[in-house]
Ligand binder design. Sequence first.
Ligand SMILES: CC(C)(COP(=O)(O)OP(=O)(O)OC[C@H]1O[C@@H](n2cnc3c(N)ncnc32)[C@H](O)[C@@H]1O)[C@@H](O)C(=O)NCCC(=O)NCCS
Ligand SMILES: Nc1ncnc2c1ncn2[C@@H]1O[C@H](COP(=O)(O)OP(=O)(O)OP(=O)(O)O)[C@@H](O)[C@H]1O
Length: 197
Amino acid sequence: MRVGLTGGIASGKSTVSKLLAECGAVIVDSDKIAREVVEPGTPGLAAVVEEFGPSVLTESGELDRAKVGEIVFADEGARERLNAIVHPLVGARSAELEEAARTAGRLVVNDIPLLVEVDYAPFFDEVIVVDVPVETQIERAVARGMAEADVRARISAQASREDRLAAATYVIDNTGSLEDLEKRVREIYDSLAGTRS
Ligand SMILES: CC(C)(COP(=O)(O)OP(=O)(O)OC[C@H]1O[C@@H](n2cnc3c(N)ncnc32)[C@H](O)[C@@H]1O)[C@@H](O)C(=O)NCCC(=O)NCCS
Ligand SMILES: Nc1ncnc2c1ncn2[C@@H]1O[C@H](COP(=O)(O)OP(=O)(O)OP(=O)(O)O)[C@@H](O)[C@H]1O
């Protein structure tokens, strides 16, 4: 059984992942892998530099994430070109990690912020969507230090709340307290771990 977890920016995916891990699941984190595949010395970073030029590197030769973010969240074409480089690399690495965890007999949950955007829902038996209104996403992202305009640019680059909910087999309403969230996550873990095959 393949399980995906998704939600818009600052919806609470990382918090849900942490809670699922505490229950016993193995989390395959796409955001983290998306950073690893463009670390210095990787073919991923070389491909990004080839496409966007050496100005996307910091002085120490790392990907300048703030700079790339400025480019790709203001320009859909540029975002598609970046996605076309990074997403296949993320997919391949995720599959390796998922296979290893599955062999160990654990429930594996793929945390994929862009699961709906990239049309991966058909590849999953279960899709958990963490759902909050856009205003809550903005409030929580701003509370964490992002500028409101940057949050809005990312939300505009993502699927609508409706499209995400349409792909869900489990919805986590994360407008309540963290205790509410914990209870709901436990419920979903028990349901998934019970039906795992
Ligand atoms: C553009 C980049 C360099 C900006 O880096 P930065 O450190 O500022 O953001 P970070 O990677 O932590 O992403 C934060 C959030 O932004 C959103 N986001 C990231 N990339 C994208 C994208 N291509 N389209 C829409 N939303 C995105 C997601 O909600 C993500 O959780 C980086 O996000 C990136 O390399 N994106 C392309 C790869 C990708 O799609 N990653 C997301 C999951 S695989
Ligand atoms: N139920 C809740 N009540 C209050 N704050 C919450 C709740 N759930 C999550 N948060 C807070 O909201 C912020 C965003 O949560 P989290 O980092 O889990 O989201 P995310 O979807 O992983 O974000 P990103 O897309 O940026 O990776 C965090 O500061 C988190 O502590």
